[in-house]
Design a binder for this molecule. Structure first.
Ligand SMILES: *[C@@H]1O[C@H](CO)[C@@H](O)[C@H](O)[C@H]1NC(C)=O
Ligand SMILES: *[C@@H]1O[C@H](CO)[C@@H](O)[C@H](O)[C@H]1NC(C)=O
Ligand SMILES: *[C@@H]1O[C@H](CO)[C@@H](O)[C@H](O)[C@H]1NC(C)=O
Ligand SMILES: *[C@@H]1O[C@H](CO)[C@@H](O)[C@H](O)[C@H]1NC(C)=O
Ligand SMILES: *[C@@H]1O[C@H](CO)[C@@H](O)[C@H](O)[C@H]1NC(C)=O
Ligand SMILES: *[C@@H]1O[C@H](CO)[C@@H](O)[C@H](O)[C@H]1NC(C)=O
Ligand SMILES: *[C@@H]1O[C@H](CO)[C@@H](O)[C@H](O)[C@H]1NC(C)=O
Ligand SMILES: *[C@@H]1O[C@H](CO)[C@@H](O)[C@H](O)[C@H]1NC(C)=O
Length: 726
């Protein structure tokens, strides 16, 4: 058990500024349905949730059961915690409902408050927000003091109506006009102060909010500081046609947004969490999992596909067109609180559980599997294997560790067979016909040795699949017949100046093919997107869904070329002749004008006091918010360059200039506070004002030092008077 610590009192006296280190994890959805093991353990819950969690999440999940999962839908696989929030619907003017697509959950762990945070203990769970609320509450306040003003706890919930063309302020409820061209982002802050004793109390009195909710101090009753949890959930309300004047409503019946809430059930391995909290929350932390060694070592960027959504646990329809919200809550807009009701529904008992895991049960004639060859296989069923000789008597192999439907299928295809079957978790058999009896599905209930989330037969039972020929077809409206990355732009694909077409690539909301730049607008063309990639000096760009421009420096490994789904016309091309991707498919190009960034060896600066040159001195660590490396002057600028920073520092008489986090500049007379020089690659963020230069990173500063100066008049207010420390 963590002991109480009182360092926050000390910190308060010392007035230590807020720590801003953090990490963020992207999480796919594992379960969609009326399941909530905190509020309704062992039973159906009141409303539909989106759950990001380990694969074996169910109505009675707890810390111990989550530990026995095989994978989790969040990228960091050693975090077996569960995170959930309400699902969203659109109620049409005719009273019926349709579900709103969402983009999974982004979970932030932030180092906030005074002092070092204590890890969440095993068994800890909490809920932030209150599904009954339908109005802003001016009376319920956080703890505060004379120095540290309290804040209405209603501020824990906020919404961001995303419109890149016209950014709007965040609101504590749904925006008055739900017209958000890039979707609606719901955000919820959690309690970061714990009583140090109770792992859970139904009224949530085991936890309390920080005085400022996202920062500040803890009340004396809840002295243990926890990591600050914050969720972001994207609801794609822009994909819903709301022209009939209907309304958006959460699954709980909340049509205001005031009742938004989030649940957290800790599932972390204690040692890993303690390491991450200490090294990535308290000292530095750029937000990137890759900058946190213990998390990087356990990260699976493909968790969205490696740990996909699991079969429903509750027997009711929750997506598509519905006559009522699942459960029995009806939409209400307050302002009085709504009563939350829990109506029963039948729980589904997965028919083939053998090891406590839930798996997608394949359906004969319906379930397909993509083989590495590009062909696809369709499930035929569970069949009895022959007692006198094998039911599939062609080629065969076995693999105790790595058998999957895909490897067996590819093997049999390469041997010229059109049927294959997996058996006893580890065996693969090929053939062209099967004449033995089919068996009940539950007889084929052994997990594949190489894919714990799929079935590979059973004892004397084969999971049989038939291979369909590779699809060579390409629709006439696709730009090309899938050129390879090396094909010349003149010969294949659409032509864009100073760019090379690479093909139609797959894309997904949970794992973007390109990240770095995004713009979604109706006037998009291949040329506008190419121009954006050139302006930001990003190596690749592509257009998706007719309107969305993405650009970035790497193509995610989750993406594959050869998709045939690039069939949508570019919204901004009135001729209708160019293709701009499609649904989950991106028309991808290389930006040939891209120039990689570099640190200039030296730069010339000038001010009223003369000229000088500053030379590159290295990439140093910097402790955000606490002990800065360059301590004497700070500013940030949306056009930051190394030159802008060095000129500002020189003009103020400082011999060191450092850029950080793309847009920040720090000046000083010396490198201080034990900053350590690291590899140049750690300062990998490009300057916002010049994409060909590096400007540090999170917790890393690109440092230049004055090496030679021209004539320098020392005026009265020359050196070190304007210091504004941060
Ligand atoms: C949620 O709000 C309702 C209505 O104000 C209140 O009765 C209830 O106690 C609140 N629940 C919690 C856990 O705070
Ligand atoms: C807080 O954590 C940092 C980083 O691990 C450590 O250097 C510092 O000593 C800790 N402070 C306290 C008061 O424990
Ligand atoms: C589940 O809820 C239903 C309806 O509210 C109730 O009848 C049943 O007893 C509950 N079961 C458990 C295990 O709590
Ligand atoms: C929930 O999952 C755990 C772990 O897989 C399992 O032991 C338990 O039986 C499941 N409970 C229900 C009600 O499905
Ligand atoms: C398992 O098979 C896959 C696909 O053939 C291969 O990429 C991977 O390296 C294999 N893993 C092991 C441990 O053999
Ligand atoms: C065998 O397959 C047929 C047709 O798909 C199906 O109706 C039947 O139930 C299956 N037999 C068993 C034992 O599952
Ligand atoms: C393409 O590159 C050439 C050579 O650098 C340049 O002159 C031209 O303006 C570029 N075209 C566009 C559309 O950027
Ligand atoms: C549309 O997107 C392009 C490329 O991202 C951008 O350059 C352009 O300014 C956008 N147009 C509007 C009207 O937002």
């Amino acid at each position: 058990m963590p002991s109480l610590n009182f360092t926050q009192l000390l910190a308060l006296v010392a007035g230590i500024p807020a720590v801003s280190a953090f990490w963020r994890m992207e999480c796919g959805v594992i379960q969609l349905g009326r399941v909530d093991p905190i509020i309704n353990p062992g039973n159906v819950s009141g409303h539909v949730h989106i759950v990001a969690s380990p694969n074996n999440f169910n109505i009675s999940s707890n810390y111990d059961s989550l530990q026995s999962s095989l994978c989790t839908s969040c990228t960091v696989q050693v975090d077996k915690s569960a995170y959930w929030t309400p699902y969203m619907y659109y109620q049409k003017a005719d009273g019926t409902f349709v579900d709103v697509p969402q983009g999974g959950v982004i979970v932030y762990y932030l180092g906030r408050g005074q002092g070092n945070a204590t890890s969440f203990p095993p068994g800890f769970r909490m809920l932030s927000g209150n599904s009954s609320l339908r109005a802003y509450d001016n009376n319920a306040m956080t703890y505060g003091t004379a120095q540290e003003a309290p804040r209405p706890i209603s501020d824990r919930v906020s919404f961001n109506c995303i419109n890149y063309a016209k950014p709007a302020p965040e609101t504590p409820a749904f925006p008055a006009v739900m017209n958000c061209p890039q979707g609606l982002r719901a955000q919820i802050q959690f309690q970061s102060c714990w009583d140090g004793v109770n792992l859970y109390k139904a009224d949530q009195s085991h936890v309390a909010y920080l005085s400022r909710i996202d920062n500040g101090i803890c009340p004396p009753t809840h002295p243990v500081l926890l990591p600050h949890l914050f969720y972001e959930v994207y609801y794609s309300i822009d994909q819903i046609d709301s022209s009939d004047g209907g309304k958006f409503v959460f699954a709980s019946g909340d049509s205001t947004g005031y009742g938004y809430h989030g649940d957290f059930m800790n599932g972390w391995d204690p040692a890993v969490q303690a390491n991450a909290v200490q090294n990535c929350l308290e000292s530095s932390g750029s937000g990137q999992i890759d900058d946190c060694p213990i998390l990087k070592a356990n990260n699976d960027a493909q968790s969205g596909s490696n740990c996909p959504q699991q079969p429903a646990l509750v027997d009711e329809k929750v997506t598509g067109s519905l006559s009522a919200l699942p459960g029995c809550n009806t939409p209400s807009a307050g302002p009085g609180p709504a009563q939350m009701k829990v109506c029963p529904a039948r729980l589904l008992v997965p028919n083939t559980i053998t090891d406590g895991q839930t798996r997608q049960v394949p359906m004969p004639g319906t379930t397909t599997s993509n083989l590495a060859s590009g062909s696809s296989a369709t499930y035929k069923g569970c069949y009895v294997d022959g007692t006198n000789g094998r039911a599939l008597s062609g080629s065969t192999f076995a693999d105790d560790k790595n058998m999957t439907t895909q490897t067996c299928g590819a093997f049999c295809q390469s041997k010229g067979f059109n049927l294959f079957g997996t058996e006893y978790a580890r065996e693969c058999y090929c053939g062209n016909a099967i004449t033995t009896a089919n068996s009940t599905q539950s007889d084929c209930s052994m997990a594949c040795s190489g894919d714990m989330l799929s079935y590979c037969g059973g004892p004397n039972r084969l999971s049989v699949w038939s291979i369909s020929a590779a699809s060579a077809s390409s629709s006439s409206s696709t730009p090309t017949s899938t050129p390879s990355a090396t094909s010349s732009p003149a010969a294949f694909g659409p032509t864009v100046s100073n760019a090379t077409y690479l093909g139609c690539y797959t894309d997904s909301v949970s794992a973007r093919t390109l990240t770095g730049y995004y713009n979604n607008n109706a006037s998009q063309t291949l040329d506008t997107c190419a121009a954006a990639a050139r302006a930001n000096n990003l190596a690749y760009f592509g257009v998706e869904y007719g309107a969305e421009c993405f650009a970035g420096n790497t193509i995610a490994s989750s993406a594959s070329s050869g998709s045939t789904a690039c069939t949508m016309k570019c919204g901004g091309d009135s001729s209708g002749k160019t293709v701009c991707g499609g649904s989950n498919a991106i028309s991808l190009f290389r930006n040939d004008a891209f120039a990689s960034a570099a640190n200039k060896a030296s730069i010339s600066v000038k001010s009223t006091s003369g000229t000088a040159s500053y030379s590159y001195a290295g990439c140093y660590t910097d402790a955000a918010g606490r002990k800065r490396t360059l301590t004497d002057y700070f500013f940030s600028d949306p056009k930051m360059t190394v030159e802008m920073c060095a000129n500002a520092c020189f003009g103020r008489g400082y011999s060191f200039a450092g850029t950080e986090y793309a847009n920040e500049c720090y000046c000083g007379g010396a490198v201080k506070n034990g900053a350590v020089k690291g590899s140049d690659g750690m300062c990998g963020m490009r300057c916002v004002g010049d994409r060909k230069e590096y400007c540090g990173a999170g917790g890393r500063i690109t440092v230049y030092q004055k090496t030679a100066a021209g004539k320098m008049r020392r005026s009265g207010r020359g050196v070190r008077v304007e210091g504004v420390s941060v």
